[in-house]
Design a protein around this ligand. Structure first.
Ligand SMILES: [Zn+2]
Length: 316
């Protein structure tokens, strides 16, 4: 058996997750560290290289110093072919960052970078909830809304690497600016932040004054019978369902994987999203095609396992 090992790294706004995995998918080392603040590209590359080198000091992990590949994913607009992160609001990167090169300079090993939800769809198809599917859509409902497309048996990146951004598809409501620079994107009306923003706009004074407005509080209020909270959630579920139904109509996938904290462990909300998705898609794509709509299985490591599949050449 080969002794190859691979590093897979997920860069988040607050945490970096690093796993060393051998060619048989065994995890040899796992570490979570804080994202450097300020999160300059050099500081992030240095933190990754430092953790890798530190791990390799252990006798049993000597191979960690000379991995066969490093895969790194992060939220933002990522050009996989050039190793560039064009924009990453979570890291406060607003100009193109040659992240692949910055890490390669420090580790001397080929580095592949990818958008985190692109990596997540690959992870869920190869190791998680969408195993066995050749056409799958992944959507994460979180502070924002992200997506990844796996089509004809491989990751679909589009021309520049920017495909799958379901959170920034349009025609949902009117008058809310989005972090992407546009307005009225799906995520401005249906993400975790959007639910709290809607509550802030619609709740009366006593509701507003009784504590911090969070996504969790909107769900709690809905559970307690608050009609406005219920209608905010129903509206968000329908908007997400509409967004997903358009993807189903366009792409005819056999699986949709829903991840992220907003729908996790909230069966009612999850079911509503699934119901609206099926209702608004063309009928053959949900009746003749057997469409699975399932919860993500690998969080918070879906992106890590996707990067592992990509750098080991097991996914397109
Ligand atoms: Zn947007």
């Amino acid at each position: 058996m080969s002794n190859d090992c691979y590093w897979a790294v997920d860069i988040g706004g607050t945490k970096l997750l690093l796993l060393l995995i051998d060619s048989s998918s065994r995890v040899l080392f796992r570490k979570k560290i804080k994202t450097p603040q300020p999160s300059s590209p050099q500081a992030v590359a240095e933190a990754i290289a430092g953790t890798l080198k530190e791990a390799a000091k252990s006798e049993s992990l000597a191979a960690a110093a000379s991995p066969s590949g490093i895969g790194v994913c992060t939220a933002g607009f990522v050009d996989n072919r050039q190793g560039l992160v064009h924009q990453s609001p979570n890291l406060d990167w607003h100009d193109p960052v040659p992240l692949g090169r910055l890490i390669e300079e420090r580790i001397n090993c080929p580095v592949q970078i990818e958008n985190d939800t692109n990596a997540a769809v690959v992870g869920e198809v190869h190791h998680g909830a969408a195993r066995g599917h050749s056409n799958a859509v992944y959507v994460t409902l979180s502070t924002g809304i992200g997506g990844g497309l796996y089509l004809n048996g491989r990751l679909y990146r589009g021309t520049g690497g920017f495909a799958g951004e379901i959170g920034h598809t349009k025609a949902f409501g009117k008058g809310r600016p989005c972090k992407c620079g546009g307005a009225d994107c799906l995520e401005t009306w249906a993400s975790g932040s959007a639910l709290a923003a809607s509550a802030a706009e619609l709740w009366n004074e006593s509701e507003l004054n009784s504590g911090h407005i969070s996504t969790a509080r909107v769900f709690d209020q809905a559970d307690q019978g608050n009609a406005i909270a219920r209608s905010i959630l129903d509206h968000a579920a329908e908007n997400i369902g509409l967004g997903l139904s358009n993807l189903v109509t366009l792409l005819n996938p056999s699986c949709i994987v829903i991840g992220g904290g907003v729908a996790a462990n909230r069966a009612d909300f999850f079911d509503k999203v699934a119901c609206y998705t099926r209702k608004h898609a063309i009928k053959p794509a949900v009746d003749i095609t057997s469409l699975d709509i399932v919860a993500a299985a690998l969080e918070p490591e879906a992106g890590i396992w996707g990067m592992y599949s990509l750098i080991t050449g097991r996914a397109g």
